[in-house]
Design a protein. Structure first.
Length: 97
């Protein structure tokens, strides 16, 4: 998951998809652990909202661009895009009318 790019136990310079920035926050480490081990969706959602807020405040990574993901589809294809990552999320809820 996304935690590997922020937790201090995964600092690995020069290795993609790790905490290459060297960001260290005991609070973020604790929150990611708490979120990953939460049984309740509601609890997990609350924890990850705090994680997002803290990461926005700390700015461990400064994003320099935003990618657009254009999608072309037909009118009779329903529920194709159900999340912010578009068709990259899968088609389990899609159907053809």
């Amino acid at each position: 998951g996304v935690s590997r790019t922020y937790v201090s136990t995964n600092i690995a310079k020069g290795s993609p998809w790790n905490n290459v920035e060297g960001y260290v926050s005991p609070e973020i480490d604790k929150l990611f652990h708490e979120g990953a081990s939460a049984f309740s969706d509601k609890k997990r959602e609350g924890v990850y909202k705090v994680v997002q807020k803290k990461l926005v405040e700390d700015v461990p990574v400064a994003w320099l661009l935003e990618l657009g993901f254009p999608t072309i589809t037909r009118c009779n294809v329903k529920n194709l895009i159900t999340t912010g990552i578009g068709v990259n999320d899968g088609f389990k809820d899609a159907w053809i009318e």
